[in-house]
Design a protein around this ligand. Structure first.
Ligand code: SF4
Ligand code: SF4
Length: 316
């Protein structure tokens, strides 16, 4: 048992999943951005990309698992050459699809029709917007990102995203440094007011996500000599009320090469599912995966700190 498992102890058998409600699929590590906090170290130069034969296996798994949601992520998932074909196939099979977009990719050449494509397939959107202030967004995500993100949100608003209940546009906040997110609902109100005042834009909900001590964010912490302080903060902020809602208990992550992970953070660390559960989409069997023992580590304290954190925002 590692320290995290000892902390959540009770069952004695580590952390157990309950069901697979969401299948999160990482379509590749290429991204048009290179953010300083990226736990996957995605960038324009990355070559890793999910290929069609793996997508076919994912389609088959989705059919068998009857998941409530297929959540597409990356990198920038839209940059996968088979992205539209895959979304179309999921839609035709009747799956609810969510795309995690960085917004700026929607302004890249060749992406002109993507917002309409999303709307026609009722794709839900989760979009990165780590602050309502330009200087904070550009410090994390690069120069010009704020302006482009606002332009993309305006375009999506114009199509009904953020307005119609069937077209949710959720924004994602993450801290600009080694601290925990503020309370989600209060920050959501600040975002709503500021973004509407400044640009007249709307969104559905704000999701607050804690920076995980992984990838580029960890490198940056080490560079600033703040790694130990941040790890201590996460441990000291452990909140037992977050454990029931941990996302790994309700979802499964498929890597670009078909490897199965308990979550996107384990994917970043190269830690596939274990403890006897099948670890590749080729061997996908829902019965063997829905009640599996989850692979945990020190990074898991990032999900249980304060109000908790997941791809769906705060946990409590
Ligand atoms: S955080 Fe998102 S937008 Fe930024 S480099 Fe990583 S995948 Fe791309
Ligand atoms: S890092 Fe992954 S495995 Fe660990 S608690 Fe968070 S979601 Fe679960």
């Amino acid at each position: 048992m590692n320290d995290f498992e000892k902390r959540i102890a009770g069952s004695g058998g580590g952390l157990q999943s309950e069901k697979v409600e969401t299948l999160q699929v990482n379509l590749g590590l290429r991204c048009n951005q290179q953010c300083i906090h990226c736990h996957l170290e995605a960038s324009p130069g990355r070559k890793e990309m999910m290929e069609w034969p793996i997508m076919e296996l994912v389609l088959e798994a989705c059919k068998r698992a009857r998941c409530q949601l297929v959540d597409l992520t990356g990198g920038a998932p839209e940059l996968n050459p088979n992205f539209c074909r895959f979304v179309e196939a999921l839609y035709q099979e009747g799956h609810r699809v969510q795309v995690r977009t960085n917004l700026t990719v929607l302004l890249e050449p060749g992406m002109e029709e993507m917002p309409e494509f999303f709307r026609e397939r009722q794709v839900q959107l989760v979009a990165s917007m780590p602050c309502y202030l330009e200087e904070n967004v550009c410090a994390q995500r690069g120069p010009g990102v704020y302006e482009k993100s606002v332009a993309a949100i305006k375009r999506l608003n114009g199509l009904g995203y953020g307005y119609e209940s069937s077209l949710p546009l959720n924004l994602v906040y993450n801290p600009g440094g080694a601290f925990l997110p503020p309370p989600q609902s209060a920050l959501e109100e600040d975002y709503r007011r500021e973004l509407h005042l400044r640009f007249g834009i709307k969104f559905t909900h704000l999701l607050t996500i804690t920076n995980m001590p992984l990838g580029r964010f960890r490198t940056e912490l080490a560079r600033q000599n703040r790694e130990e302080d941040y790890l201590r903060l996460l441990r000291q902020s452990f909140n037992p009320q977050t454990v029931d809602g941990l996302m790994c208990r309700h979802q499964l992550s498929v890597g670009w090469d078909g490897t199965l992970f308990d979550c996107d953070f384990n994917l970043a660390l190269g830690l596939p599912v274990n403890h006897g559960a099948p670890d590749h989409i080729r061997f996908f069997k829902i019965g063997d995966l829905q009640r599996r023992r989850i692979v945990t580590g020190e990074h898991c304290f990032g999900c249980t700190a304060g109000s908790g954190s997941s791809c769906g925002g705060a946990l409590v």
